[in-house]
Design a binder for this molecule. Structure first.
Ligand code: FAD
Ligand code: GLY
Length: 385
């Protein structure tokens, strides 16, 4: 039997840690290199919604087999992770309610509902009264809502901590405060990563550096993932956990609200094309609070606990980039945009399987980097961008 490959992973978000965990479980010598602290990138900033149904928009149909498969994996993944790490990631089956707050919005929402229903997604239409019965603190006069009974949530900060612990327990090596300064190649093959003056040799290098994935020196031009940062500002409010103002994940125009088990109410998020601009802005926070207050007026008296900024790793078509890159020995797992927490279980399995067996997971096969080259060949003006 050939020995298991040595793997170097760049980035300790949910993607890098999840892949590392699966590979360490399989007996591979795996090192994850993280320039700061593990799990403090987008994976920390996220809201933890697992919304394969409610977030599906026209144009995203091809992503559904992947998102639905990963959503189905979540209950077992959470249990396995707790056993492996001792950390409960608070996977909670709260469902998701998407509410309209006036008749115009209700018409639009009805259109979304019909689109999602026609795709066979798990969605139900609720009258305003039915929606308020589920969420009594919703603004009076809500005319209608979509109920997505399968769209749940996880505490994504605990998820990062659990993945780190599980990875270490499985025998992985984590190098924090270790920025990768370059990917080393020899004769067109990736052979390791450079950190400071050291070269860490590896049979396989996995690029999982989130919204920074294009910035790693040494990436061959053809392997550069078309990923950019999409900024999100977010905040949390403190509710009384014994009398929460919402029990399900709640969407309303320009806002989502995610009630945590400990009483925090996560309020998100802006979607901004501003590169890696780390500033919280008055306009961003105002927009979040205004939209949250329009959905649930009773938030007015809640203390603000925390405000933060994160960067979604967003690909040119908003779908993840998973698997081979065309450079031998170099794989990629990035571009998860708004769905990286939802897709964490399937991303880990897909990349581990590609490395261990040489063949892709069927659901992940359409999402390699090659799809961009194929599109560019069909439309040369894209290649010039
Ligand atoms: P990251 O978590 O960003 O990890 C990448 C890591 O690479 C970072 O830790 C970084 O420090 C490291 N790195 C970068 N450069 C280097 C280098 N040179 N050397 C070493 N390490 C390096 N998804 C959902 O499914 N549900 C949600 O509800 C949700 N809400 C979101 C809300 C917001 C505001 C944001 C910003 C995102 C949200 N997402 C959500 C998306 C999700 O957070 C991301 O898709 C996911 O976390 C990406 O994980 P990652 O591991 O690829 O990236
Ligand atoms: N999926 C929620 C967000 O990206 O804001």
């Amino acid at each position: 039997m050939s020995p298991k490959p040595t793997v170097a992973i760049i980035g300790a978000g949910v993607c890098g840690l999840g892949i590392g965990w699966r590979l360490a479980q399989a007996g591979c010598p795996v090192s994850v290199f993280e320039r700061g602290q593990a799990g403090r990138g987008a994976s920390w900033a996220a809201a933890g919604m697992l919304a394969a149904n409610a977030e599906t928009e026209p144009g995203e149909e091809s992503l559904l087999p992947l998102t639905l498969a990963s959503q189905k994996m979540w209950p077992g993944f959470a249990v396995e992770l707790k056993d492996a790490s001792g950390i409960d990631v608070e996977y909670r089956e709260t469902g998701t309610l998407v509410a309209a707050t006036n008749r115009d919005e209700a018409e639009q929402l009805r259109f979304t509902y019909e689109f999602q229903r026609d795709l066979g997604l798990a969605v139900e239409w609720l009258s305003g009264a039915e929606a308020r019965k589920r969420e009594p603190y919703l603004r009076p006069g809500v005319p209608g809502a979509i109920w997505a009974p399968d769209d749940h949530q996880v505490e994504n900060r605990r998820l990062s901590e659990a993945l780190k612990a599980a990875f270490l327990h499985a025998g992985g090596t984590l190098h924090e405060n270790s920025p990768v300064a370059g990917i080393e190649t020899e004769d067109g093959r990736a052979v390791g990563v450079r950190v400071g003056d050291d070269l860490h040799k590896a049979d396989i290098v996995v690029l999982a550096a989130g919204s920074w994935s294009r910035d790693i020196p040494g990436l061959p031009q053809a392997a550069l993932p078309p990923v950019r940062p999409v900024k999100g500002q977010m905040l949390s409010l403190c509710m009384d956990p014994k009398a929460p103002l919402a029990t399900s994940v709640l969407w309303a125009p320009k806002i989502y609200l995610v009630p945590r088990a400990d009483g925090r109410l996560i309020v998100g998020a802006t979607v901004e094309e501003k590169g890696h601009d780390p500033e919280l802005t008055a306009g961003g926070v105002l927009a979040l609070l205004d939209a949250a207050w329009r959905a649930i007026p009773a938030i007015e008296e809640l203390p603000i606990e925390e405000m933060w900024v994160g960067f979604r790793p967003t690909s040119r078509d908003d779908a993840p980039i998973l698997g081979e890159t065309g450079t031998d020995g170099l794989l990629v797992a990035t571009g998860h945009h708004r769905n990286g927490i939802l897709l964490a279980p399937i991303t880990a399995d897909a990349i581990a399987r590609q490395i261990l067996t040489g063949s892709p997971l069927p659901e992940a096969a359409p999402f390699t980097l090659a799809r961009f080259a194929a599109k560019a060949a069909a439309r040369p003006e894209i290649a010039a961008e």
